[in-house]
Design a protein around this ligand. Structure first.
Ligand SMILES: Nc1nc2c(c(=O)[nH]1)N[C@H]1C(S)=C(S)[C@@H](COP(=O)(O)OP(=O)(O)OC[C@H]3O[C@@H](n4cnc5c(=O)[nH]c(N)nc54)[C@H](O)[C@@H]3O)O[C@H]1N2
Ligand SMILES: Nc1nc2c(c(=O)[nH]1)N[C@H]1C(S)=C(S)[C@@H](COP(=O)(O)OP(=O)(O)OC[C@H]3O[C@@H](n4cnc5c(=O)[nH]c(N)nc54)[C@H](O)[C@@H]3O)O[C@H]1N2
Ligand code: SF4
Ligand SMILES: [Mo]
Length: 583
């Protein structure tokens, strides 16, 4: 008999809702879920891969141990024993810092790893923590930390209400959006009056855009300084209600004075008149936003470019304003949870042993991982845990890392596949995959252009001989850090219990003050016209604003009411979290 299940695709940040039809333990159909309050039926072709992944005969289901050139299957108890002994030996022989951890990108889509995983890896007390962050969004997090006080407090474009979307170094038409959870982004972009893409390559997004400016790679900071210079020179600075929260404006003005468009054009390759026109358009369009993504990060001046992106939004009146870059008010606020795991942020508090590279958010840049393993001396990494990551492929100088991995005393990989990285491990612990576990988009809901809350139970029960990621790390925590710890921390319950706790905390202070929500009703007119929630899905959802329909969607609009009446603007503006400091 066929059964149908509601779940979410976790293959990219859009987190589209899916309906999965199962017949005789086989997935026979995956479709876009019309009832999903965020994606409303949208799906890209990748989603069907979730079925391939689930049924893939190459996926590991049993722990493997490497003996010479051979891999042997191992029972879970034997594997845990071996791993605990290996990790403990490294810690006892060389100290806590000798055991490194690399966490990969799927962590962000995995409730168990986001909760239990983060805690366990941090509790190991090693400075040698690495993750995909440092080959991805770190500069945006640095800007968030320095400007708003928390590394995870990154504003997202209010894409459905903006009239001018300026995209630097992102290719949302292919990536489906990033640090901007927005299913069906192409349809949303089509509804924006003007899209400007600034990219060295004529990308798929550039082809959809109204204007494409070619930029010489690595020069975004100069372009942004020139845009800022024009805004100051034209006397178009409009910081409005943010003004009392700003510091350092004069310094920024002074610095920008040195970078008029004529001076930067030969380097960026963008003509001065186009820079001037764009600056004026940004300043003159009430609903406009500048957005930067991976192309802005992975370059020498990424931190500066990310910071200047926010600064430009501030100066042109587009931070924390409808149609601009806005902070979200998710049902479960991940920020306190991240802070609990020590991730409020911090920069340069200590440095790597070999090259003296700064820590960020308690992690070292993964460009340093290989040298921290293969450079002899005190404090050298001798053991490694990789979790949901493939750093041999995804981090700088993979071949050197690959050689270094073979010199480790002990390595364990928590990963469902034997691949370029995990094949260097002593033991591989394979977790369940997406359809076998429950899901809540804890991290990505924090960057969504709409507030929705969706919990999906697992489609398939996990087999008795399988383990979830959270079960694996909980077991390792108990064996490596002491038996009482996991019980004390988490009571041995599933990640849902932590989620519930976090949700209760968020709900207890429902108006996470100071944060306005993209797409949230915000005007007096809107407050006077709350619609009636039509469905359970809509009831969970605080969207869209009432005064005019989001132009971005081909998907049908449902009447919806804000879960709580929005706070008056005056009240929201006194907020510490909207402080945009320019120092
Ligand atoms: N299909 C698919 N979708 C994905 C992923 C995937 O692997 N496949 N991965 C997901 C992940 S982990 C992420 S982080 C996101 C990334 O999402 P995006 O950032 O939207 O996508 P990228 O393709 O990394 O786009 C980076 C762009 O920056 C440009 N660029 C390079 N250097 C510079 C520069 O110096 N200045 C400027 N202005 N531009 C520059 C590149 O030409 C490229 O177009 O995508 C997610 N979505
Ligand atoms: N050349 C190049 N390098 C890049 C990029 C690029 O565009 N080009 N992009 C950069 C970016 S934006 C990112 S985010 C990083 C990504 O870097 P990584 O995260 O290191 O690489 P992925 O390929 O995403 O690795 C995913 C691994 O996780 C495993 N996995 C999948 N699901 C799960 C799960 O639920 N649990 C566990 N335990 N394991 C799981 C997979 O089998 C795979 O081994 O790469 C960066 N590096
Ligand atoms: S856009 Fe992303 S989340 Fe949506 S179906 Fe495609 S891969 Fe999955
Ligand atoms: Mo990424």
């Amino acid at each position: 008999m066929a059964t149908t299940h509601h779940h979410s695709c976790t293959l990219c940040e859009a987190t589209c809702g899916i309906t999965v039809t199962v017949e005789d333990d086989r997935v026979v159909d995956i479709r876009g879920d019309e009832a999903d309050p965020l994606s409303r039926g949208y799906l890209c072709p990748k989603a069907t891969a979730l079925a391939d992944l689930h049924h893939d005969p190459d996926r590991l289901r049993t722990p493997l141990v490497r003996v010479g050139d051979e891999w042997l299957e191992l029972s879970w108890p034997a594997a845990f024993e071996l791993v605990a002994a290996g990790l403990t030996e490294v810690r006892e022989k060389y100290g806590k810092d000798a055991l490194a951890v690399y966490q990969g990108n799927p962590t962000a889509h995995n409730l168990g790893l986001l909760t239990y995983g983060q805690l366990f890896f941090r509790l190991l007390g090693t400075r040698n923590l690495y993750s995909a962050t440092s080959v991805d969004q770190l500069p945006h997090m640095l800007a968030a930390l320095q400007m708003f006080g928390h590394q995870a407090l990154m504003p997202v474009p209010d894409i459905d209400r903006t009239d001018l979307f300026v995209c630097l170094g992102g290719n949302p038409a292919v990536s489906n959006g990033s640090i901007m959870t927005a299913p069906n982004i192409k349809a949303r972009l089509k509804n924006v009056r003007k899209v400007v893409v600034i990219d060295p390559r004529r990308t798929e997004s550039a082809r959809l855009a109204d204007e494409h400016l070619f930029i010489r790679p690595g020069t975004d900071a100069l372009l942004l300084l020139s845009l800022i210079e024009v805004v100051f020179a034209d006397d178009r600075v409009c910081t409005a209600r943010l003004t009392p929260h700003l510091t350092g404006l004069d310094t920024l003005r002074e610095v920008a004075t040195g970078f008029p468009p004529e001076r930067t054009a030969p380097v960026t390759g963008i003509a001065p008149d186009r820079v001037r026109a764009l600056a004026r358009e940004l300043a003159g369009t009430p609903r406009a936003v500048v957005y930067g993504r991976v192309g802005v990060c992975t370059q020498e001046f990424g931190g500066l470019a990310a910071w200047l992106t926010v600064a430009l939004n501030v100066l042109t009146g587009h931070l924390d304003e409808p149609g601009g870059a806005m902070f979200t008010t998710p049902a479960v606020d991940a920020l306190p949870m991240l802070s609990l795991a020590g991730q409020q942020g911090g920069f340069g508090r200590y440095r790597t042993r070999v090259r003296g590279l700064p820590e960020f958010g308690g992690e070292f840049p993964c460009a340093a991982l290989a040298e921290e393993i293969d450079t002899p001396g005190d404090g050298r990494i001798r053991g490694l845990i990789t979790s949901a990551g493939n750093p041999v492929l995804s981090t700088p100088n993979g071949p050197r890392l690959e050689r270094a991995l073979d010199t480790l005393d002990f390595m364990v990989a928590i990963d469902p596949y034997l691949n370029e990285t995990t094949r260097h491990a002593d033991v591989i612990l394979p977790p369940t995959v997406h359809l076998e576990r429950s899901h809540y988009a804890l991290a990505l809901a924090n960057y969504a252009v709409r507030n929705t809350a969706k919990y999906s139970p697992a489609v398939f029960p996990r087999a008795a001989d399988q383990r979830h990621d959270w079960e694996i790390v909980l077991e390792l925590a108990s064996r490596v850090l002491g038996g009482g710890l996991p019980a004390r921390l988490l009571g041995g319950l599933g990640p849902e219990s932590l989620l519930e706790l976090a949700a209760r905390r968020t709900v207890r202070r429902p108006q996470t003050p100071q944060r306005t929500q993209p797409g949230q009703a915000e005007t007096a007119a809107a407050r006077r016209r709350p619609g009636a929630p039509a469905t359970a899905a809509a009831r969970q959802t605080r969207y869209p604003r009432q005064e005019d329909p989001p132009r971005a969607t081909r998907v049908p609009r449902r009447p919806a009411a804000p879960a709580h009446p929005p706070r008056p603007r005056a009240e929201r503006s006194g907020a510490d979290r909207t402080q945009a400091g320019a120092q």
